[in-house]
Write a protein that binds this ligand. Structure first.
Ligand SMILES: [Zn+2]
Ligand SMILES: [Zn+2]
Length: 359
């Protein structure tokens, strides 16, 4: 891996000594797989020696590359910069421009000021912006500089809070790499819980003795709620049933995803089961048992029509006519017993509820 800060300098007033001192400051912070042009001096903030602002250029040509740079920057600095504004670039000179604020500044301009008070918001003044110039332009006076270093970076590394503290790390955004790993787990059929366990094992292997340190950094190790949110965002409801409800909690024989043929067969049997049930009920409704059956049938119809979530449907399927559920005691004085309620023995372990779905 590259571990030197590659740079040139277009600013005549910066001595060699000054240049290498800037490079030393930037090396631990900036992604190193690029070449930078030191166009300006560092602006040092007061006496706090690790704080500075700088404007420089880098050989980045596209939004995608800029995002990659930003991810690396987040990892290096243990900070999280959130988008403050994205500019429309309709002219010919600039093709991309975006401004960022620190995530400890939760009140971006334009947002109302009476947000709930939060220990997270320190009104941190740190800032970052990217401007990518169009390299097809031929008439600008510094064409060569633009072509070599199309992106301008303005960075105010002036956080007003500790950036490596446990509190700050706990509040970081989950990194893109972590997110990608989780999506891969989900694609393999892991549930959120299993994915998190598997991921912790992976971190232990990768970081060994440094695991505890890494584990309090949310960029590396997200909380279970985040896993659920990502899961609901990425896994379609029908796949959730196929993969996770089954793979997590049902005995091993159903671990594999069934073939299309098997599903077809199941559906045929389901249809047969409905027909058979309807025939039985129809027969009863034509006898004196109709007195008992009619209220039960009406309740059943009501309950079926109120099924509106996957988890509710699953509960109903698992519990319908399950002999292990409480049997109905017939009450002589009240034939309107609510079958729905009596029959519900929720197999909680089977149901991952939708609590974490993001609004
Ligand atoms: Zn320059
Ligand atoms: Zn900050």
């Amino acid at each position: 891996m590259n571990n030197t800060f590659n740079y040139v300098c277009c600013n005549q007033s910066l001595s060699n000594l000054k240049q290498s001192s800037i490079a030393d400051t930037l090396a631990p912070i900036f992604p190193l797989d690029y070449t930078y042009c030191l166009c300006n001096d560092l602006v040092q903030q007061k006496s706090e020696d690790d704080q500075f602002s700088i404007t420089l250029h880098v050989n980045i040509h596209t939004e995608e590359e800029a995002n990659k740079w930003l991810n690396q920057f987040h990892l290096n600095t243990k900070t999280t910069m959130r988008v403050r504004e994205k500019f429309k670039c309709e002219g010919t000179k600039v093709i991309y421009k975006k401004g960022y604020r620190c995530h400890h500044n939760t009140r971006p301009p334009g947002k109302k000021l009476h947000d709930k008070p939060s220990s997270k918001n320190t009104n941190c003044p740190a800032f970052l912006s990217f401007t990518i110039r169009n390299t097809n332009i031929t008439r600008a006076k510094n064409v060569e500089h633009i072509k070599q270093f199309p992106m301008k970076i303005r960075l105010g590394f002036i956080h007003n809070h500790p950036i490596g503290s446990v509190e700050a790390l706990r509040r970081r955004d989950v990194s893109e790499e972590t997110e990608r790993t989780f999506i891969e787990y989900f694609e393999q059929g892991f549930s959120p819980k299993l994915a998190l366990e598997a991921y912790k094992c992976h971190l232990r292997m990768e970081f060994g003795e440094r695991y505890d340190e890494v584990a309090c950094d949310r960029a590396f190790l997200p909380e279970i709620q985040w896993c659920y949110r990502l899961y609901y965002k990425h896994v379609k409801p029908e796949d959730r049933v196929k993969r996770n409800y089954l793979s997590l909690d049902i005995p091993k024989k159903t671990l594999t995803v069934p073939s299309t043929e098997d599903v077809k067969e199941d559906l045929q049997e389901l249809s047969n089961a409905f027909d058979c049930l309807a025939r039985k009920i129809t027969a009863k409704m034509h006898t004196e048992a109709v007195v008992d059956f009619r209220p039960a049938v009406q309740t059943f119809i009501r309950n079926v029509s109120s099924i509106n979530t996957d988890s509710c449907l699953l509960k109903s399927l698992y519990n319908f006519a399950d002999k292990s559920t409480k049997t109905l005691k017939r009450k002589n004085d009240n034939s309107n017993t609510d079958l729905g309620i009596k029959y519900v023995k929720v197999q909680d372990s089977l149901i991952v509820d939708h609590d974490y779905t993001e609004s």
